[in-house]
Design a binder for this molecule. Structure first.
Ligand code: ATP
Ligand code: MG
Length: 410
């Protein structure tokens, strides 16, 4: 029966705060983002229908592909819910049999109800009547299942629009948030650790375009961490959450700091230089803030005093979305995101390089600034930003800065 009917996925989004022009921008942005992410699926077209986006699948697409597509769609920022179903004609008998097919594809349920909507009153049967008629077909087809009005296991959705009807039963929650590209651009300090990919993802979910900066220990260490960061970026790319990652070879500069700065202040110095380079890249990228994966008290450098000492090195706002999050919760989020296994691999990066035995936990700004005076910081920042190597990922809204960022490239 269902072979005759075109499969669809309906993408629902929260409508709070979406008014006027804002709403059209949001919908267009989400539609473009989805289009760029589903390129490998048999998608015919995507349309805005009755306050939802409807993804139309090629005739004959099988159930497994539709389910797989649902999993891909639900992690895209801005998607509140994804429902899987079929398109059919505005004919009650046909609607009844398609509803049966849709419900037959659901597993593990005991109770259901029908929720019908009419977007055009030119369809003569009203929604109450549709609920009753289609409910009747379902009760006949599933005699051992029960109808339940409050909190049923499955709600069979029936949406009647101008020329067609969309019917679905399987429905999963999405990540919510806003479509990437609707909240400006940020630069994320991306290590190959567990925390920073989660921090980046949180900003992407709020609609920010994310450009990563990774400081590798090269040439003083191997480039393993760069490969891990690339693997992490590929995971984030699946939901359109990362646009570009700059790799900065930081090893030689750390060595200079190590030779000139007292051991207790070295970590702060490394971090201040990282922030300044990230700020310079943010200027070139026209990004409005930096993002880090710091969590209060998690490691020696993440005390209030040290956070203040690193913050003071830049003028741009620094966001720390994980500052009040426990490690176990961050780990759970990294597992959901799919970055955890990559982040758990060991790789030397600039954090493990030249680490003093007892790093300062309460750096005094005065001491830090004094130590910094002996270093050509401004020249280093320019050199490092010029030499930063950009790697691009699929992010539909992103347009790279016009001027040549990497002056050493031909
Ligand atoms: P993560 O798991 O994100 O590496 P962490 O718990 O190891 O964090 P730190 O090493 O103190 O903590 O790093 C704090 C934050 O500084 C990171 O979340 C990240 O935003 C930034 N950072 C640390 N190392 C690097 C690096 N090599 N390149 C870019 N950013 C870094
Ligand atoms: Mg780390």
């Amino acid at each position: 029966m269902t072979e005759e009917h075109q499969r669809i996925c309906l993408v629902h989004y929260h409508e709070i705060g979406l008014k006027g022009r804002n709403r059209a921008n949001f919908e267009n942005r989400l539609l473009k983002n989805i289009e760029s992410i589903v390129v490998d699926y048999p998608v015919v077209t995507i349309h805005r229908i009755a306050g939802r986006l409807c993804v139309f699948l090629r005739e004959g697409t099988d159930r497994a592909t539709a389910l797989d597509l649902t999993e891909t769609l639900k992690v895209i920022p801005g998607v509140a819910r994804v429902s899987c179903g079929f398109k059919c004609d505005r004919d009650l008998e046909e609607m009844g049999s398609v509803a049966v097919s849709a419900l037959a594809e659901c597993e593990d349920f005991e109770t259901f109800k029908v929720h019908a909507r009419r977007n055009h009153t030119d369809f003569e049967t009203d929604s109450m009547e549709m609920n009753r008629i289609i409910g009747g077909y379902l009760c006949d087809a599933f005699p051992d299942k029960g109808v339940k009005m409050k909190d049923p296991d499955i709600t069979v959705g029936v949406e009647v629009v101008q020329n067609a009807v969309y019917i679905y039963a399987r429905s999963v929650r999405g990540v919510g948030g806003l479509p990437v590209g609707s909240s400006g651009r940020v630069v994320c300090l991306l290590s190959s650790g567990i925390d920073s990919p989660v921090a980046l993802w949180r900003l992407a979910r709020r609609g920010a375009e994310c450009v990563g900066v990774h400081f590798s220990g090269r040439p003083q260490t191997a480039d393993t961490s760069e490969y891990l960061v690339d693997d992490i970026a590929h995971v984030l790319e699946k939901s359109g959450c990362v646009a570009r990652v700059y790799i900065v070879a930081f090893g030689d500069y750390q060595k200079e700091i190590m030779l000139k700065v007292p051991p207790s202040l070295r970590v702060i110095m490394y971090r201040r230089l990282m922030f300044k380079v990230a700020e310079e890249i943010a200027k070139r990228e026209r990004a409005g803030a930096l993002v880090t994966g710091e969590s209060l008290g998690q490691v020696a450098s993440q005390t209030l005093d040290n956070i203040r000492a690193t913050d003071q090195s830049v003028d741009i706002p620094v966001f720390r979305p994980l500052i009040g999050t426990d490690k176990l919760d961050i780990i759970a989020e990294a597992q959901r995101l799919g970055s955890f296994d990559i982040s758990s691999q060991d790789a030397p990066d600039c954090c493990t390089l030249f680490m003093p035995r007892n790093p300062e936990t309460h750096a005094r700004l005065r001491d830090v600034l004094k130590a910094e005076e002996s270093l050509p910081i401004d020249a280093w920042v320019k050199e490092l930003a010029d030499a930063a190597e950009p790697h691009d990922y699929a992010c539909a809204s992103y347009k790279p800065p016009k001027h040549v960022v990497n002056a050493s490239e031909d």
